[in-house]
Design a protein around this ligand. Sequence first.
Ligand code: NDP
Ligand code: ZN
Length: 351
Amino acid sequence: MKGYAMLKIGESGWIEKEAPVCGPNDAIVKPLAVAICTSDVHTLWEGAIGERHNMILGHEGCAEVVEVGECVHDFKPGDRVLLPAITPDWNSLEAQAGYSMHSGGMLAGWKFSNFKDGVFAELIHVNDADGNLALMPEGMDVAEACMLSDMVPTGFHASELADVQFGDTCLVIGIGPVGLMAVAGAALRGASRIIAVGTRPNCIEAARGYGATDFISYKNGPIGEQVLAMTDGKGVDKVLIAGGDVDTFKEAVVAVKPGGKIGNVNYLGFGDYIDIPRVEWGVGMGHKEINGGLMPGGRLRMEKLASLVTCGRLDLKPLLSHVFHGWDHLEEALFLMRDKPADLIKPVVVI
Ligand code: NDP
Ligand code: ZN
């Protein structure tokens, strides 16, 4: 089969590989559409997960089932399915402890384009199929379905990590596709004022549509100071981080009220340490909680998130800035994600 692979750090291309083998609990699926993620860019060009040779890239997509193992009960060939980016081993001790995304070790629930071949391939292997796949709702657009792999679950996880409650004033740092879903998640969980940080005009427009009420630019000075100036020096109840770098935590701590919570889903690619400002962290006693997490996977969560789309509570169309048709456009879509032109939110390739 063909797949689009990372040949080594900084180099990619189409390769031929053996088709994956279906174990008793597994499924083999063929993609209907795939999406490119900022994480693919980190993996390929920044060496975020270290060196990989001939590893097929991609972890966002939806698919049709081709084959299932003898122990798979709930899926059969021909089913159209949602594919989560994170595919844990559900019988692991970490999953039993409630942290399936770390099954087998920290972050090891992320398998596609990390420990095994990803979804930019003619055929994809899915472990623990009954636990990891979800049926695609009838009539769902395949490009929209790809947003349920990672963008929706990751952005929404930021609102879970920050524990957004009714009436909370929230700051969302970063309004790329992940941050946009963080805005949407915060709004659905009942946030009142939502201050969004970003500069790309189409992202600002989309963020407004998802519920952002105020905007600031990280290019106009420290975020924390800007937020304090906008909130009579009080700060916000919750901070959701979906952009920036290690220095962003300082801004989040400055911006959040005592008793507030910070939820990070941003990938930190550089720097050895995160600085927590001593005084603004209440000299160690400010009750300013910092959480960071990888999105949870799993069928139940995928089905629930998909139901938000089918019930009309979540519109994924504004994320789909660039929709291509055919594998021939995959490389173009990937390079677009690397170059991030101003009008880009998310590139998707419908197969
Ligand atoms: P984008 O690059 O599309 O968006 C990043 C956002 O951050 C933009 O709004 C950008 O603003 C803003 N930004 C850039 N620099 C700064 C800064 N210094 N301070 C504050 N904001 C800044 O990324 P994605 O939305 O695709 O992904 C966001 C992050 O989430 C990535 O790091 C990705 O790897 C990670 N991720 C994490 C996952 C998880 O499970 N935890 C899963 C998937 C992705 P501007 O408008 O100017 O571009
Ligand atoms: Zn992703």
